[in-house]
Design a protein around this ligand. Sequence first.
Ligand code: ATP
Ligand code: MG
Length: 681
Amino acid sequence: MFDLASLNPQQRDAVAHTEGPLLLLAGAGSGKTRVITCRIVYLLETRQIPAENILAVTFTNKAAREMRERVVEMVGKKATKGMTIATFHSLCVRILKSHIERLGYKKNFSIYSAADQQQLVRRLLRDEIADATGKDAERILWQISDAKNRLVTPSQFRSHSSDPTSCMTGLIYPRYQKELKAYNAVDFDDLLVLCVQLLEQHPDLLEHYQQLFRYQMVDEYQDTNPVQYRLLKLLAGGHGNLCVVGDDDQSIYGFRGADVETILNFERDFSGTRLIKLEQNYRSTGNILQAANAVIKHNRKRKEKALWTADGGGAPIDYLICDDDEHEACQVIERLHVERARHQLKYSDFAILYRTNSQSRAFEEQLRYADIPYVLIGGQQFFDRKEVKDVIAYLKVLVNPFDEVNLLRILNYPRRNIGASSADKLIRHSAEAEEPLWLVLKDSQQVAELTTRTHEAIGAFVELLERYRKKFQQPLRLSETLQELLSELKLAEEIYRQENDPQRARRRVENQEEVLNAMASYLERDPEPSLAGFLDKVSLLDDEGPQRNDKEKKLAQNAVTMMSLHSSKGLEFPVVFLVGMEEGFLPHKKSIYETFDIDEERRLCYVGITRAERQLVLLGAQRRRKYGKLEQRDPSRFLVEIPEDVLRRSSAGQPSASTPEQEQQSASNFFSGISQLLGDD
Ligand code: ATP
Ligand code: MG
């Protein structure tokens, strides 16, 4: 039976309040996520609720996995069988896989990546503006995504548009949506939009899922956007057993349509809501908490909270003023060595957090140079690489031949005598005959303008795809079949032919081989593997990247973590380096000059500060290299908001400017727990 004794009285209340809506509104590190995991265990053990009736939604795959692991640790694997712990997107894929046919799509639908979306919008845009750029397509896609997140349909969008980009979006959005459907494809936002449509239009399905997910929990609720909110509202209809936990001060996805009002209005939207606040922080030292509270206090619209800790003050917060990018990275490495030796820490106790992924490069270089293992979360994703996308495009077409974007990508890759002008003729014919490109290819004789050689090439291409489609139907041979396909296509030879630098060519070929490894590790994990299942997994990858194999997992267990502030949400590390504390990075320059919101930047800073358990080190450079030139930088305005008495400033190479009291406090409090444990002095 679950023992509530490990929780404080408010947490206990939240865990035991299982019927009816519950809002847990609390600051960072106060145990919100812990309440969710304990609540799941309480439902299973004390209330004897069947696992399949429990739904927990978290923000990232990593968070979902960690939550599952924690529950498994407490109740064992068997007891959790059938339970759903998912991200919004993976939950929706699951629902759509079973019922998307009711919306006129086929079961083997493709999930379009950002690159697939770009291809499609660029093609549609070219019909309107001959010299449209990638940036134009990006802006339009941004608006389409924003519209979908707010549940604005193509026809509704048209009537609201006024500025030039919006006008263009008004034109493209309906056509984009129509093409997607013709290709039997959905984009990432559609996963949610279609799920909402499905449940709204089919009361039997709605009832089924309301009954199935009788107990629902949502972590990081402050970042839900309107379409996610709508989905929750539908699923929780009837029983209203919805427990959401969040912190309005950590709302950092406003730029993607998340609305902090959603959390503030929860009580109004769900009548009979029980509100519970948590105020004790169990994560950070007093100094870290004081700094966090002082910074966030400057935001205007927020629910006042009194976050406190029973922990002592701890070490002061260090602010290291560095010369430039390289110096900043060196300072981090130097400090990391010192802390690790002094407090016997593992590399995995350290995190380097930054505002934008491009800041990671200098740190990566220095970490490699110092031979320190690290994991980089986010950045250029493995599956975004051209050569990897080429392989995935083949797989997508093998599952769904109507996926025209990917069909066109592989039509003449590797080169097989179906050049650009032949492709144009095929596309034109397909449009005029209103026949999917795949069917035109299967019967290409109807396109009279093509040469015999091209007809032959198309015939061979269709034959290859048909043959491999059959082969891939054997789930246990997925890896072997992929291997066979890669060698039959001679993609490696094509890469060596196109790439001048042999080393780069080799790396690109290795990347393609990595897809094989990803497939093999998928096969190990999925009890009912299929090619479509593999592609779903790939599409749903977020910042975390591909699932690691055992060797990589072991390596990651003792590696420094590097990631953006956005990715760091919900996590905690004994030592945090928050780098680039400068105007332009944090707050980001877009928030200063454009539409981004300074308050949201401050919340990001608050998220960063509150990731630290024992030691927080802030760094900033006085100059940065930009396009080969050195540019002067100003310290972040958020630094000024941190009280001087908890901040220890030191300039490059100069002795620390801390007071003797601070030093003493640091020596006595800092890591005292760990030191005692390890018998350190
Ligand atoms: P965030 O806002 O950053 O997501 P959170 O509110 O979800 O934070 P948790 O991650 O659940 O906080 O908890 C922070 C830390 O405090 C964890 O290490 C957790 O195990 C610990 N903790 C939470 N509640 C208690 C408690 N009652 N006693 C001891 N430790 C606790
Ligand atoms: Mg949390």
